[in-house]
Design a protein around this ligand. Structure first.
Ligand SMILES: *Cc1c(COP(=O)(O)O)cnc(C)c1O
Length: 381
């Protein structure tokens, strides 16, 4: 089993040893019988500490990213919190992009900064600024890289930033939610850890909230595992099952998301009322070359700025028929949103604010012609 699409279906998914069930069962149990005091079967004692359904998902995730271990959580933010708290201490520093996921900024700014962590926000596509932000870095420093970013689809060079981060002694983390492990492999590009909201492309069907981290270092992985057990924000067996089920079709879905998004982006470029299209698959996108180097495809997310300002943007998102007006992304169904008042409302007025004429599209796997026709008819309104 060497190729990604084969591993996505089989890694961690051995048929059940007792019944031969091809699909491993969902182990809905809180506790496990002991054959004598402390004599556990296969190490299972209590489901916060270990559950076979969650373990199957974790084995799969570690395999897909080429990590030594993965841990799955109740949400993407729970995963980020465990990863960061396993590493940080008062006096530590976090350097992150000025367009990271708003919840990531809020997590560090509102929960870790009061604990004594310093937060520095920079433009991650400007390496000199990243270097400056890392100057005099304390022993515990995290360089938090998200690429492509949300919603302006900026691209950061993972290999280059890993070098810059490591030169300053920092732990380099990549939030790989938008690309998924199918399109982008941060550990092989030099990063130390990968973080996911599995709510998005990994789950892929908008029916489960979850998160995961994948680690390359055994000792650090143990610390993150202790946070999962000790703080307890675990993925439930049913959520782990749904996520595993979603991942089996990840390669097929990502190919289709990418080709559909490319077609929608190209149709929007020449449409009336469009000021700018943000999609890394367009050859004039500022990050196109880096994206082409580090990604297998350009993904299903794009944004568009309209010449008609906030009014036109709001009318547009309320006029689509195939694209559903909703937050979140990465599911098989196409979604459309108005970031400045929806996903990014919490960062309004801060350096993370999104222009008010920008609309974000999560392009699904429906018929390409239907999707293109839908955005064009909505624009014409
Ligand atoms: C959604 C998202 C998160 C947070 O994940 P939740 O599952 O909502 O907690 C983090 N990073 C990115 C890029 C996201 O899109």
């Amino acid at each position: 089993m060497t190729e990604f699409a084969t591993r996505a279906v089989h890694a961690g998914q051995e048929p059940d040893a007792t019944t031969g069930a091809v699909i491993p069962p969902i182990h809905v149990t809180s506790t496990y019988v002991q054959d004598g005091v402390g004599a556990m079967r296969n190490g299972y004692e209590y489901s916060r500490g270990g559950n076979p359904t969650r373990d199957a998902l974790q084995t799969l995730l570690a395999d897909l990213d080429g990590g030594v271990a993965a841990y799955s959580f109740a949400s993407g933010l729970a995963a980020e919190d465990a990863l960061l708290r396993a590493y940080l201490e008062p006096g530590a520093r976090v350097v992150m992009g000025n367009d990271v996921y708003g919840g990531t900024h809020r997590l560090v700014n509102r929960l870790h900064v009061p604990w004594g962590v310093e937060l520095v926000v920079v433009d991650m596509s400007d390496v000199d600024r990243v270097r400056a932000a890392l100057e005099g870095a304390p022993a515990k420093t995290v360089l938090w890289v998200e690429t492509p970013t949300n919603p302006l689809m900026k691209i950061a060079d993972i290999a280059l930033l890993s070098e810059v981060g490591h030169a300053a002694g920092a732990l380099v983390v990549v939030d790989n939610t938008f690309a998924s492990p199918y399109l982008q492999q941060p550990l092989s590009l030099g990063a130390d850890a990968v973080s996911y909201s599995t709510t998005k492309y990994l789950g892929g069907h908008s029916d489960v909230v979850g998160g995961a981290v994948v680690l390359r270092d055994e000792a650090f992985a143990e610390q993150v595992g202790f946070l999962q057990f000790g703080a307890g924000a675990i993925a439930s067996p049913f959520d782990a099952f749904l996520t595993t089920r979603g991942i089996k079709t990840l390669p097929v879905r990502m190919e289709r998301h990418s080709s559909n998004a490319q077609a929608v982006a190209e149709a929007l470029v020449s449409a009336p009322g469009v000021e700018r299209v943000y999609y890394p698959g367009l050859s004039d996108h500022p990050g196109h070359e880096v994206a082409a180097k580090q990604m297998r495809g350009f993904g299903g997310m794009l944004s568009v700025a309209l010449t008609g300002g906030p009014e036109a943007a709001k009318r547009f998102v309320e006029s689509t028929e195939v694209f559903t007006l909703a937050e979140s992304l990465g599911g098989v169904e196409s979604l459309i949103g108005y970031p400045s008042e929806m996903t990014h409302a919490s960062v309004k007025g801060t350096e993370l604010a999104v222009p008010e004429n920008v609309v974000r599209l999560s392009v699904g796997i429906e018929d390409q012609g239907d999707l293109v026709a839908d955005v064009l008819q909505a624009l014409s309104r």
